[in-house]
Design a protein around this ligand. Sequence first.
Ligand SMILES: Cc1ncc(COP(=O)(O)O)c(C=O)c1O
Length: 397
Amino acid sequence: MKQLLAQRVQTLTPSSTLAITAKAKELKDQGIDVIGLGAGEPDFNTPQNILDAAIDSMNKGLTKYTPSGGLPVLKKAIIDKLQRDNGLTYSPKEVMVGVGAKHVLYTLFQVILDEGDEVVIPIPYWVSYPEQVKLAGGVPVYIEGTASQNYKITAEQLRSSITEKTKAVIINSPSNPSGMIYSKEELAQLAEVAEEKDILIISDEIYEKLVYNGIKHTSIAQLSKSIKARTIVVNGVAKSHSMTGWRIGYAAGNAEIINAMTDLASHSTSNATTTAQYATVEAYNGPQDTVEEMRQAFDSRLEVIYPKLAAIPGFKVLKPQGAFYLLPDVSEAATKCGYESVDEFAEALLTEANVAVIPGSGFGAPATIRLSYATSLQLLEEAVRRMDEFVQSKWQR
Ligand SMILES: Cc1ncc(COP(=O)(O)O)c(C=O)c1O
């Protein structure tokens, strides 16, 4: 038989986040009491007012195709949100609604990248960026935000990574997986390089609402008119409103890019699910108190769990400022416990300590593991207790 698969997908690696979650589920199905700290989604129900709005729209018969770039009423709700929360002014032509921020980013790379165009991706990165760039014919160029730099890149690093072929840089603040946030000053320095080198900025702000310790999220697009003009803001309701399964995300920025994304969506998805779009109108136009309640819940879990995690022998962990992940460097623990790599250590945590974590190799940070604290405090405390016990029992003195 002829080769079945296209060249394009031959090096495609499945999402490591989803893979470990599947393995944990397999063990659970065998009756093993696994605590899953792998998931990248809030553990709360979607707020009731949003569910009601979705049901209401269906009962009204609003279940047909919508314009490919999103319902006008949803675009308006998003434009109002961007104005209210971020001080950013957009017109409907500058906004495109897609099937989750993931699909929006996929569509964006498809419309901006030619074969061989480079996209600068800071390490540690969200697993899908490199694959999406490659699927669009682009080339990921990695620069490392080391632990000593709080997992953030510097303007100097960005400048020296840029070539004739560089099209864009991705900024994800607050970050998945590190939970770190770029300050306004740091963003200004990066933006200056983007202007100097004439590249686009892709600003993934999906964790915008999950920030702690009084820190405020800044969108890089807020810094000036000219920076806004070269920035595509990507956001969505998955993390802020606990709506991961509804699959609504959006991009805001240059009208030509947004128009191309909309045209592409018209041949791929047609539109994001109509009911989910109506639900999102309520998510943005309705009361926002549940967003704040969820943020506070994550914040208080972090306060309890962070010191306990940091106290495990051989775990070095920076305190995150946002999102709902912890990214300890466990290389010392892995070595002292007799494992060749952190990947192997993470595997043993799952099969022997029955705690599912994501090995950082999938994020370009192979010394680390990522733990999500989007689960109950009781389970988090038990998971940390199990990891501590496991490390203490294996530690080779
Ligand atoms: C950094 C980052 N960007 C984008 C997404 C995608 O979000 P959505 O569920 O809206 O597709 C995620 C989801 O995990 C994420 O962590």
